[in-house]
Design a protein around this ligand. Structure first.
Ligand SMILES: Nc1ncnc2c1ncn2[C@@H]1O[C@H](COP(=O)(O)OP(=O)(O)OP(=O)(O)O)[C@@H](O)[C@H]1O
Ligand SMILES: [Mg+2]
Length: 456
């Protein structure tokens, strides 16, 4: 059974239970009140009849009834049905013609109120014994009333309750089925889309978001965000694979060409050597590329060694190594002492090297490159800034992507894989840190790496 049907049934059953309890309660209370009113009326009538007979000694006799005949006849016009009985149960006076309403037992045997029902008709009787001063039963007054009106009213009330209940139940069943259907519609659409994706592997479709806020909207937007992410990951992976293959094919082509050249017998020895050197360099580059790709594919703890690293010492070492190469650039270092981090010294050195090489590569001769290391709370802040070509705003969000190379950067330095900054970010992240870039095209760029300091 569908969830929708189950919800609708549950609501309807609940309402049916509540209606049944309240309906029965109402019916019982109302019928009690109505019957009590009938009994009250009967008692008052009996009293009126007794008063009409008037006080007297000894049992009721035809003589006494005759004496009060006028008053009794007057009452007979006003009241429904009454009898005056002698102590043996003989009818002395009857307000109606014809046989008695119900069999008349002896007064002594008769309980106060009694209901007779025959052929669907009900009669309520009240027998009021006339008792003398010494407690002796002198006779009785019996009053009766048809219950037709009361029973009719009660059956009307019962019909109204049943009909109203049935209408309420039908309305509830219908509306809860509709509402449950509407509330569950996003879930149905979501399941359909999930089935479609599972069947086709096509992640481009999205679900329309419901207009009203609430759980369904949240579910749909979370689902959309999830498939968006899956789609992006798949796209990036495909691009990564294509880019990696492309990057590896280039040195391979160079090596193949060199092999072809080497095969010709007439090659002078110095050209042979040049070919071999080129092959060695390309093989070296390929090896580096493969190592970089492998490193980028490793996550978290498995990516790095963990040991205390003197960042201040490491920065000085890297900067000193580049001071000689930085011909034509001004290389400034401002390094605070005694900053330690926990991590992989080699990878951290590679991170700074990549940043420093970029700064030198993309800053024309005469420009300034500055490396600074300082403490900022519980963090070490490593900053590499230059006065170079800068990064256009539309390229800035992509510079950390694998294989991304800027347009101007390509023109300035044709070789390069575009993995440098991807490695920088990966190193920062596996050390529990982060990196960000700020740049003004034509004026310069600053990369800031934050790494958690080692508490010593
Ligand atoms: N200091 C900088 N100044 C200007 N642009 C920069 C700077 N650093 C990085 N970029 C931009 O970011 C891009 C990506 O840099 P990344 O180091 O990842 O690759 P690359 O330097 O092009 O190649 P390689 O893999 O050899 O490092 C560069 O191509 C360049 O457009
Ligand atoms: Mg680079």
């Amino acid at each position: 059974m569908s969830l929708r049907l189950r919800l609708a049934l549950l609501y309807t059953l609940l309402l049916a239970g509540v209606l049944a309890v309240f309906g029965a309660l109402t019916f019982v209370l109302v019928s009690k009140r109505l019957y009590a009113a009938v009994d009250e009326g009967l008692r008052a009538e009996a009293e009126a009849v007794e008063q009409a007979i008037g006080p007297g000694d000894g049992p009721l006799t035809s003589q006494r009834v005759l004496e009060s005949f006028q008053r009794l006849s007057q009452l007979a016009n006003e009241l429904a049905t009454f009898y005056v009985l002698d102590p043996s149960g003989q009818v002395l006076y009857s307000s109606v013609r014809g046989p008695a309403l119900a069999p008349l037992p002896r007064p002594q045997e008769m309980p106060g109120y009694v209901t007779y029902r025959s052929h669907g008709q009900g009669i309520r009787l009240y027998l009021d014994p006339v008792v003398g001063e010494d407690g002796q039963v002198l006779g009785a007054v019996e009053v009766g009333q048809s219950l037709r009106a009361t029973d009719g009213a009660l059956s009307e009330i019962r019909n109204v309750i049943a009909l109203g209940g049935a209408v309420a139940l039908a309305l509830t069943a219908g509306s809860s089925y509709l509402l449950a259907g509407r509330a569950l519609a996003p879930v149905r659409r979501l399941a359909a889309l999930a089935r479609y994706i599972e069947r086709t592997g096509d992640f481009r479709r999205r679900l329309p978001e419901p207009a009203t806020r609430g759980e369904p909207k949240e579910l749909v937007s979370t689902f959309n965000a999830m498939i968006e992410r899956v789609e992006r990951t798949l796209r990036l992976q495909a691009a990564f694979l294509a880019d990696s293959s492309h990057e590896l094919r280039r040195p391979l082509t160079v090596i193949r060409t060199d092999i072809d050249v080497l095969r010709s017998d007439s090659l002078p020895p110095e050209e042979q050597r040049a070919c071999l050197d080129e092959m060695a360099a390309e093989a070296e580059a390929m090896g580096r590329l493969i190592a970089d790709l492998l490193f980028l594919s490793r996550e978290g703890e498995q990516a790095i060694e963990r040991e205390p690293v003197d960042l201040s010492d490491l920065c000085r070492e890297v900067v000193d190594r580049y001071r000689e190469q930085a011909d034509g650039h001004v290389l400034v270092a401002d390094i605070e002492d005694g900053l330690w981090a926990s991590g992989d010294r080699q990878r951290l050195a590679q991170m700074l090297t990549n940043l420093l090489e970029n700064a030198l590569d993309y800053t024309p001769a005469g420009g300034e490159v500055c490396v600074s290391l300082s403490r900022s709370g519980a963090w070490a802040e490593l900053r590499v800034s230059d006065t170079g070509i800068g990064i256009p705003p539309e390229e800035l969000p992509q510079v950390f992507d694998r294989f991304f190379r800027g347009r101007e950067a390509r023109a300035m330095r044709p070789q390069g894989s575009g993995l440098g900054l991807a490695i920088v970010r990966h190193v920062a992240e596996v050390h529990g840190g982060e990196v960000r870039a700020e740049s003004e095209p034509g004026r310069g760029t600053t990369f800031t790496v934050r790494l958690p300091l080692l508490a010593r």
